[in-house]
Write a protein that binds this ligand. Structure first.
Ligand SMILES: Nc1nc2c(c(=O)[nH]1)N[C@H]1C(S)=C(S)[C@@H](COP(=O)(O)OP(=O)(O)OC[C@H]3O[C@@H](n4cnc5c(N)ncnc54)[C@H](O)[C@@H]3O)O[C@H]1N2
Ligand code: MOO
Length: 484
């Protein structure tokens, strides 16, 4: 299969390729070989297989969910709201549909069909600038012309013409519109057609325009009440245009899922250079726009530190449909996410995923109509959790269709994890996915230059092997479109 969009069509050696080369050079610089002890830091291509990856608790392997299954669970979890248990019937109590103005509807999904509120066009309309004519020519031309937006003009009588603009109302008894480039007015003020004979129909030896030519009849596109678009349609700029043309001021849509981000960790700085063991918070700036690109309304970003009580209060007090936490998912002394979830009686739907990076990610139902995705603190592991758990869940909540899966051959072999799926940042060049370096769990350098993440199955992938790709939102939709 080929990648969607223009990337696959880019001919080798064009300027797009230069951009990609620059990106590749950037992320390849300083390339080091992977360590062979299985604790690769990701600066090299990929780690070698490791029989027991560092830091993994033995019990975790039993609990961890295979990566494809984790995505399915996340996608279904939002549908099963109101029903305890992961499977839950699709009794999906989604939030009630809302009416929003056209200006606020972009990127949302129609919750009611878009039925025409009027005929389109709503009156017989001239398709061209020229003359409305009645009967065969030549025609006597009226003094007053008809412009778009004007009142209904007087009916024409046979042998009469009136100057008319594109979009203007057609006078009653008009037989055709003669385009301005196809007419000539003689010295007596009579209009003649200059159309070549082959374009004319003969009627009783008199040349005639085709009946109805260049007239858009009322209801040509739709009649009032016709369904223009079904429930589930994504509101694009074209849908906004159609809705406006069909008489809508507001549309009924599935509301944006409300998301609250809780950033955990006492070691995080929000400005300046890292110092004294403190580091910059990379997730606070990254997650809100990324979540918005996934269709969410980010209602709050809170910094909780490593304070268990504050975390509990923030979770239990949240009005969001989805709470996203960062860090604190592992088993360290200040990793509070699991204990808090247990204490508040949350139901763990996914507790660890067989994916690298990001295996400690989790998904819980905190209460009816509310879920929590726990992203690991390592930044690329957090990206992995975002795409594995948050993206499918938000997609269901927002009623967005699942993207069509697609694959591309890998330009280079990628070593795999022995048991787990790997997600590797890639750039898409021509019809190949080129794996990027700096793909370690704590690194964003690779993904910041990437177009997509390649899904590498347990055991790895050979050079030329087709790999499933998860597009990054800005690589397909453009930065201006998707962050509304
Ligand atoms: N005993 C175990 N230790 C660890 C395991 C494990 O299974 N058992 N898993 C390792 C893996 S894999 C990951 S990933 C991390 C996940 O850890 P947490 O989710 O608990 O995250 P933290 O410990 O809070 O942080 C990990 C790492 O990431 C840095 N961090 C945290 N938040 C941010 C942020 N907003 N911006 C930038 N960097 C952040 C943090 O300083 C740590 O360096 O656990 C392993 N350990
Ligand atoms: O391997 Mo972790 O899941 O460092 O990201």
């Amino acid at each position: 299969m080929t990648a969607p969009g223009t990337r696959a069509e880019a001919p080798a050696g064009d300027t797009d390729d230069l951009d990609v080369e620059e990106a590749l050079a950037l992320v390849r610089e300083g390339h080091r070989e992977s360590r062979d002890d299985g604790t690769d830091d990701g600066a090299g291509q990929v780690p070698g297989p490791s029989p027991r990856p560092a830091g993994e608790r033995p019990a975790e392997r039993h609990r961890a969910t295979p990566w494809p299954r984790a995505r399915e669970i996340a996608a279904r979890a939002a549908r099963a709201q109101g029903t305890r248990g992961e499977g839950g019937a699709a009794a999906g109590a989604r939030r009630a549909p809302v009416q929003v103005s056209l200006g606020d509807a972009l990127g949302l999904v129609l919750a009611a069909p878009l039925d025409a509120l009027t005929d389109l066009p709503s009156f017989d309309t001239s398709a061209m600038d020229g003359w409305a004519v009645a009967g065969p020519g030549p025609w006597q031309v009226r003094e007053e012309g008809v412009l778009a937006g004007h009142a209904q003009p007087e009916p024409l009588t046979d042998g009469e013409a009136v100057r008319i603009a594109t979009g203007a109302r057609i006078p009653a008894d008009t037989t055709a519109v003669l385009r301005s480039e196809h007419g000539r007015i003689d010295t007596q003020g009579r209009l003649h057609t200059t159309l070549p004979h082959s374009r004319l129909r003969s009627s009783g030896g008199t040349p005639m325009l085709h009946h109805g030519q260049d007239i858009r009849p009322r209801g040509q596109e739709c009649r009032s009440g016709d369904q223009l678009l079904p429930v589930g349609t994504l509101v694009t700029p074209a849908v906004l245009g159609l809705a406006a043309a069909a008489g809508y001021d507001t549309v009924t849509v599935v509301p944006r899922p409300r998301v609250e981000v809780l950033v955990l960790g006492d070691e995080l700085l929000t400005e300046g250079l890292p110092h004294d063991g403190l580091i910059r918070d990379a997730l606070g700036p990254m997650l809100p726009p990324w979540l918005r690109a996934l269709g969410a309304d980010v209602i709050a970003v809170r910094r909780i530190g490593d304070d268990a009580r504050a975390l509990r209060k923030a979770v239990t007090g949240s009005k969001a449909d989805l709470i996203v936490t960062t860090g604190g998912t592992a088993a360290g002394p200040v990793d509070h996410v699991h204990p808090i979830l247990e204490r508040i009686g949350a139901e763990l739907l996914v507790d660890g995923v067989k994916v690298r990076p990001g295996h400690p990610m989790l998904l819980a139902r905190t209460k009816d109509h509310q879920h929590l995705v726990g992203l690991p603190g390592n930044p690329l592991a957090a990206v992995s959790g975002l795409l594995t758990l948050a993206e499918p869940l938000l997609r269901t909540l927002a009623a967005h269709p699942a993207p069509e899966p697609y694959t591309l051959p890998l330009k280079e072999a990628v070593q795999g994890h022995p048991y787990d799926t790997r997600l590797i940042p890639v750039v898409l060049r021509g019809d190949h996915a080129v794996p990027l370096h700096y793909n370690g769990p704590a690194m964003l350098r690779g993904v910041a230059a990437a177009d997509a993440l390649a899904v590498v199955p347990p055991g790895g992938a050979r050079q030329g092997e087709e790999a499933e790709l998860l597009d990054l939102p800005w690589a397909t939709a453009g930065i201006g479109v998707c962050f509304t």
